[in-house]
Design a protein around this ligand. Structure first.
Ligand code: IPM
Ligand code: MG
Length: 355
C-alpha cells in the first residue's frame, strides 16, 4: 500500500514522541512492504513562532493531500500564562479539526494488566475496563458563538440535528462490533442542546434494535466511570463533556501517556495521543511515547492493515512486560528508560518478530 502521511509534531514533548511514532511506522512499512511518503508540517506554538499562524495554510494543504495525519501535541506555557494572547497554539488544533471536518473523535480506554496497579482506583475496579468514548469534535461550545468582553463573556453550545445524528451512527457502528451497549451522555435536565441530543438519540436508537441504549447525565457519568468503569462499552457525547470525561477516563488506565485517539470525518483522518504537550518535560527524554505509538496502530487499523497494527500492539505489550518503561509507569528498582530508549526497543522488537 502507498501511504502518504502528514507528520505534525507541534510543541512541548510533541517532537520527541513524534520521532518515535514515525520510527515505528517506518519499521512496519519496511517489514510489510508498504511505500511511505512523509511530510512534516508546522502546527501550534511552533507555527505561531515561525509564521504567526497556529494552523498555516501550507499545513492545511499538506494535511488535505495526505492519507492520514500523525499528530503529536500543541500548547506552551508562554501562552497558558497569558490570557491576553491574541493567538494560541490550541487554535491550531481546533482549526485543523474544523477544516478537515473531523467530527468524530474515537478514544479507546483500555487497561494493560501489568499496569492496573498504577491506577489511582483499586485494581479490582479497573481490571478488564475496556470502553470507547466517542466525542463529537467540531460542534458545541468549542465552535459556537463567543463573546469575550471585560465585563461579559460567553460561549454558546450549538448543535444541529444532522451533527448529532452522524456522531450517533458512528457510536452505534462501534457498538455493533463490540458489546452492543451505547451510553448517551448529556445534561438533558438542564441544557436545550442536550435535549436535542436525547431526542435524536431516541430516534436513532430505534434503527439499532440489537443495541441497548442507556441515557446518562454527564455528572452521573463522571461518577459511574470511576465507580464501575467496566460497565461501559461505547460512550457518546458532545465536545466539551467528551474532553473532560476522557481526561478522567485516562486515569483509569494508570497513565495518560498510554491513550491514543483517532479523529475521522469528512477529510483526512488524524491520529494523535489524547495527552497534551507537557511543556515542563520538553527535551528531558521522559515522555511516554506509547500513546503516540498506539496512535500509529490506530492509523494502520484505519487502513485495514490489521496484521501491521497487531504487531505494533504486541510490541507495546512486550515492552511493558519487559519493564522497558518510561519513569511514570516504571516498576521500582527497574532500570531507567527514556522516550528514545522505549521507542528504539519497540522498533527493534518489530524488526525481530513476525505475526
Ligand atoms: C484534547 C485537548 C484539546 C481539546 C485542547 C488542547 C484544545 O484537551 O484533545 O482533549 O480541548 O480538545
Ligand atoms: Mg482534552
Amino acid at each position: 500500500m502507498n501511504l502518504n502521511i502528514a507528520v505534525l509534531p507541534g510543541d512541548g514533548i510533541g517532537p520527541e514522541i513524534s520521532v518515535q511514532g514515525v520510527a515505528v511506522l517506518e519499521a512496519i512499512a519496511q517489514k510489510f512492504g508498504h511505500e511511505l511518503t512523509m511530510q512534516t508540517a508546522l502546527v501550534g506554538g511552533a507555527a505561531i513562532d515561525a509564521v504567526g499562524n497556529p494552523f498555516p495554510e501550507e499545513t492545511y494543504e499538506i494535511c488535505k493531500a495526505a492519507d492520514a495525519v500523525l499528530f503529536s501535541s500543541v500548547g506552551d506555557l508562554k501562552f497558558d500564562n497569558d490570557p491576553n494572547a491574541k493567538v494560541r497554539p490550541e487554535q491550531g488544533l481546533l482549526a485543523m479539526r474544523k477544516k478537515l471536518g473531523l467530527f468524530a473523535n474515537i478514544r479507546p480506554i483500555e487497561t494493560f494488566d501489568c499496569l492496573v496497579h498504577k491506577s489511582p482506583l483499586r485494581k479490582e475496579l479497573v481490571s478488564g475496563a475496556d470502553f470507547i468514548c466517542i466525542r463529537e469534535l467540531t460542534g458545541g461550545m468549542y465552535f459556537g458563538e463567543k463573546k469575550e468582553g471585560d465585563d461579559l463573556a460567553y460561549d454558546t453550545c450549538v448543535y444541529t440535528r444532522q451533527e448529532v445524528e452522524r456522531i450517533l451512527h458512528v457510536a452505534y457502528a462501534y457498538a455493533m462490533r463490540r458489546r452492543r451497549l451505547v451510553t448517551v451522555v448529556d445534561k438533558a435536565n438542564v441544557m436545550a442542546s442536550s435535549r436535542l441530543w436525547r431526542k435524536v438519540a431516541q430516534e436513532v436508537a430505534k434503527q439499532y434494535p440489537e443495541v441497548t441504549t442507556e441515557y446518562m447525565y454527564v455528572d452521573n457519568a463522571a461518577m459511574r466511570m470511576i465507580q464501575e468503569p467496566t460497565h461501559f462499552d461505547v460512550m457518546v457525547t458532545e465536545n466539551t463533556f467528551g474532553d473532560i470525561l476522557t481526561d478522567e477516563a485516562s486515569c483509569i488506565t494508570g497513565s495518560m501517556g498510554l491513550l491514543p485517539s483517532a479523529s475521522t470525518g469528512e477529510s483526512t483522518p488524524v491520529f494523535e495521543p489524547i495527552h497534551g504537550s507537557w511543556p515542563q518535560a520538553k527535551g528531558k527524554n521522559i515522555a511516554n511515547p506509547l500513546a503516540q505509538i498506539l496512535s500509529v496502530a490506530m492509523l494502520l487499523e484505519h487502513f485495514n492493515l490489521q496484521a501491521e497494527a497487531q504487531l505494533v500492539r504486541r510490541a507495546v505489550t512486550a515492552s511493558l512486560d519487559a519493564n522497558v518503561r518510561t519513569p511514570e509507569i516504571q516498576v521500582e528498582g527497574a532500570p531507567h528508560y527514556g522516550t528514545k530508549e522505549v521507542g528504539r526497543w519497540i522498533v527493534e522488537w518489530i524488526k525481530q518478530h513476525e505475526m
